[in-house]
Ligand binder design. Structure first.
Ligand SMILES: *Cc1c(COP(=O)(O)O)cnc(C)c1O
Length: 426
């Protein structure tokens, strides 16, 4: 074995979302603390996108660490069919309390994609168990729900999943509900839903993450959810990205009047420390799976379902959300975002600035990428040179930092973005 571990990476590792033929050498991270990632050669980077949007309270948080150590001494892992353990039940109970009366049942899986697969399979089997034919789903254009087959099927059909498209099930896509389009989209949704053939409607509530942190109104979402319910369609909110404080509330659905039937959670669920997904639903849905017959049950599971370490991290994450300091930080970051938005709003390179809670997205005008092509790669390297790790989504530069990020660190991120805009404007 070569002692140069980065060389071994280049030799043996296949990275996610990477074209290895053209990719540059990965950052060799050897330490993560708070909002700072440190490389082997001692360079520091502000983790402005929370390590793929997962980290909530900062890296190496002592409360999470202590919970993990304690849990490891008690139970590392145990089969979750026929067995249970204290941290899984604590997590399920506390989450149901926080999510409101309607949410009474928690199904455990491994990540955001599996939480979505479970939600889709639940919706399909719900109608199967009720012996009603509902073959369709509705999703939004630009959606991202993960990379497994069901999740890809309800996502945007694009270059990322073209080879697999022949294997996807059929989905009706509604256009993205920008304010001008809302009425027209609701009309179309009504036409599709009134057929009573739609098993489920799935959306990323209020913010579409991967398509560029695109935001839409609470009013639209409330109307769409109500409409779906009117025709019996199950509504799935994919809160994998929006959950755990990102939108300024614990869950995006807290902004809404009308609640969904199924919610998927992952990313920030374990404070971004261990992989786990949850699919949370009502007793009404759960009860359609109860029967003397085994086959009416939800016969789905993963080897690591309900992993005690992940559950312990998730419970400690909830502990931190019960501290005022976390919400003070979320509000402080939201304020910083607003102030920074107004500072750059006059730039003539900026097409749109979007902000909700701790998420700030700056969409650059399309023609900008023409001058500075490929814009995304240029921006990524520019920020790295200034000690900031931001992975833009095409021409959208965005910040969704851990809640421990200080104003000084945010200012440094802001300066880097400001400098990039000035460079482009020359
Ligand atoms: C990231 C994401 C997923 C997929 O989660 P993974 O853990 O990456 O599988 C699903 N839905 C949304 C909204 C996401 O942002």
């Amino acid at each position: 074995m070569n002692n140069n571990w980065v060389a071994n990476d280049l030799k043996h590792v296949w990275h996610p979302f990477t074209q290895h033929f053209t990719a540059s050498i990965p950052l060799a991270i050897t330490k993560a603390k708070g909002a700072i990632l440190t490389t082997e050669d001692g360079n520091e980077y502000i983790d402005a996108n929370s390590s793929w949007w997962v980290n909530t309270h900062g890296h190496g948080h002592p409360v999470i660490g202590a919970a993990l150590t304690k849990q490891f001494e008690e139970i590392d892992h145990v089969i979750f069919a026929g067995c249970t353990h204290p941290k899984a039940t604590e997590l399920a109970t506390r989450l149901c309390e926080k999510m409101g009366d309607k949410f009474q049942r928690v199904f455990f899986s491994d990540n955001g994609s599996t939480a979505v697969e479970v939600a889709l399979k639940m919706a399909i089997q719900y109608w199967y168990n009720k012996k009603e034919e509902r073959p369709n789903f509705i999703a939004l254009q630009g959606a991202y729900h993960g990379d497994t087959f069901g999740a890809m099927s309800v996502g945007e059909r694009d270059l990322f999943n073209r080879p697999f498209e022949p294997y996807f099930f059929e989905v009706h896509y509604l256009g993205f509900p920008s304010s001008k389009e809302e009425e027209r989209i609701l009309e179309r949704a009504k036409r599709i839903l009134s057929s009573r053939k739609v098993a489920g409607l799935i959306v990323e509530p209020l913010v579409q993450g991967a398509s560029g942190m695109r935001m839409y109104s609470v009013d639209f979402l409330d109307k769409l959810t109500s409409l779906a319910k009117k025709y019996g369609t199950l509504v799935i909110f994919d809160e994998v990205m929006t959950g755990f404080g990102r939108t300024g509330e614990l869950f995006a659905m807290n902004h809404c009047e009308t609640k969904p039937d199924i919610v998927t959670l992952s990313k920030g669920l374990t404070a971004g420390v261990l992989p786990m997904g949850l699919t949370v639903t009502s007793n009404a849905i759960y009860e359609t799976f109860l029967s003397e017959e085994m086959s009416r049950g939800f016969l789905h599971g993963h080897s690591f379902t309900g992993n005690p370490l992940a559950c312990a991290a998730a419970c400690a994450n909830l502990d931190l959300f019960e501290q005022d300091e976390t919400w003070e930080n979320i509000n402080r970051i939201s304020d910083w975002n607003r102030a920074f938005s107004s500072r750059i709003s006059s730039s003539n390179l900026v097409a749109e600035i979007r902000q909700l809670g701790t998420i700030l997205a700056i969409e650059l005008k399309d023609e900008v990428s023409g001058y500075y092509s490929p814009l995304r790669d240029a921006a990524y390297s520019f920020f790295l040179e200034r000690g900031v790790l931001i992975r833009p989504l095409g021409n959208v530069i965005f910040i969704n930092a851990p809640y421990c990020t200080s104003n000084e660190e945010l200012d440094k991120v802001g300066e880097a973005i400001y400098a990039f805009l000035q460079l482009l404007d020359q």
